[in-house]
Design a protein around this ligand. Structure first.
Ligand code: HEM
Length: 410
């Protein structure tokens, strides 16, 4: 009987709560706000379920009845071979169990809290240099002149990648990021195959170069550790570095643009940050909550899961909507209000996920966002939007952020 009730609820869900991806992408906050009190799950027209309540998102991340996608999404889009499948099959992000631990362990030390904290002055100095480069012009295209460069230069510094390679590898990783959104379509596949192949062979050349000409950098120590290791294959090793280039640059550039745009749209709060730099950490957390650059991440269900009387059936992809959870009134007072002084952020910000896949670059991302804001507010207190706010698009995965021009009196 209980099972029957679940099934009935599911069929109602199918009828009333199924959404086209295009509609979700256009106005995710409004759709999630409307449905959150009525249902724990929405369904997308492509069959992917979306968990929209904070407590469920949090619980499903570590629920043993869910697992990472591995190649399930790729295969569902008809990808059965080629470099894109190599990327999806080997990246730590999409893997499970022992494989995941073996892939994550060699990277974890390089992104440890203390090492990242030591990097803070360097991040600040990169932010200052980017401002200096454009200062006299009194205006910049914030995304292409600032947000693209800061995280890319920092990840180059950590890994030991030459900065002259930034334009080429960033163009490719911004494109590959679409493969990590559960809404990528078959039409995207040829381009994703091409850029995956180019990035894997680029990293192959970097590691070969370190074997021939060792230096004092992460890539050299990674290449040396690999040569004496039997736990990672060659292609696995290459794909972890591709993942770092991708995760290290695309997510944070979006967050930088969103943060700057939101603060300039809320002028009183920008002015407050300019007067009092102790508001910076709270401002960063609030921007990540209010308009996150990563809107969701996905899992597969390995068993039926009942959520508040609604069945999430086994064998399906479920998108855990951090975008919705971060505006859930059961966690945040007045969640649609942008307030850098709010005091109800949980200790662990959900934008960085949770469990064993929790973002490896969390400390680094926060430092980049804080130091960028410190440099901009100190050097350019009269910064203002030069046109409309940034256009943020997408309801799942890494979101696209475009069109943010700013100006100041030089
Ligand atoms: C605002 C910026 C960022 C956001 C919002 C973000 C968000 C996330 C989230 C939600 C996950 C977990 C995905 C899942 O469980 O499926 C994740 C994983 C990851 N992130 Fe970040 N990230 C950011 C910046 C960075 C940076 C700067 C790096 C630098 C290396 C990075 C590296 C990674 C890696 C390697 C993983 C995979 C971890 C694993 O699967 O064990 N991220 N990130």
């Amino acid at each position: 009987m209980a099972r029957q009730q679940m099934t009935q609820t599911l069929s109602q869900l199918d009828a009333r709560y199924t959404w086209a991806i295009a509609s979700l992408d256009r106005d995710p906050h409004e759709i999630f706000r409307k449905h959150r009190p009525m249902t724990p799950l929405l369904k997308r027209e492509d069959g992917v379920y979306i968990a929209i309540r904070a407590a469920d998102v949090e619980a499903l991340i570590t629920d043993p009845r869910t697992r990472q996608l591995e190649t399930q999404l790729a295969r569902a889009r008809g990808v059965v071979d080629g470099p894109l499948l190599q990327f999806m099959a080997n990246t730590l992000l999409l893997s499970n169990g022992v494989q995941h631990r073996q892939r994550r362990a060699p990277l974890a030390k390089a992104f440890a809290f203390d090492l990242m904290t030591e990097l803070r002055p360097r991040v600040r100095s990169i932010a200052e240099q980017l401002i200096d480069q454009h200062y006299r012009r009194g205006a910049m295209d914030f995304i292409s002149d600032f947000a693209n460069w800061l995280p890319a230069r920092v990840i180059c510094a950590i890994l030991g990648v030459p900065e002259s390679d930034i334009p080429d590898f960033t163009r490719r990783v911004y494109s590959l990021a679409r493969a990590l959104s559960s809404s990528f379509s078959q039409e995207d596949v040829p381009e994703l195959q091409r850029v995956s192949g180019e990035l894997i062979s680029y990293v192959h050349d970097l590691l070969e170069d370190r074997r021939l000409r060792p230096r004092e950098d992460f890539l050299t120590s990674y290449a040396t550790a690999l040569d004496g290791s039997e736990t990672l294959s060659n292609v696995e090793a290459l794909v972890q570095i591709v993942t770092l280039l991708l995760a290290g640059s695309d997510t944070t550039r979006g967050a930088l643009a969103i943060q700057t745009s939101l603060l300039l749209e809320h002028r009183e709060q920008w002015n407050a940050v300019c007067k009092d730099s102790t508001l910076i950490p709270g401002a960063v957390l609030e921007c990540l909550r209010y308009e996150p650059s990563v809107a969701s991440f996905a899992r597969v269900t390995v068993d039926d899961i009942a959520l508040d009387g609604v069945m999430l059936p086994r064998g399906h992809i479920v998108s855990l909507s951090t975008l919705s959870a971060l505006r859930d009134p059961s966690v945040y007072a007045d969640p649609d209000k942008f307030d850098i002084r709010r005091t109800d952020h949980p200790r662990r910000h959900l934008v960085f996920g949770g469990g064993v896949h929790r973002c490896l670059g969390e400390t680094l991302a926060k430092i980049e966002l804080q130091e960028a804001l410190a440099a901009l507010s100190e050097r350019l207190p009269n910064l203002e939007l030069d046109g409309g706010p940034a256009i943020v698009h997408g309801s799942g995965g890494i979101r696209s952020v475009r069109d943010l021009r700013v100006r100041w009196a030089a």
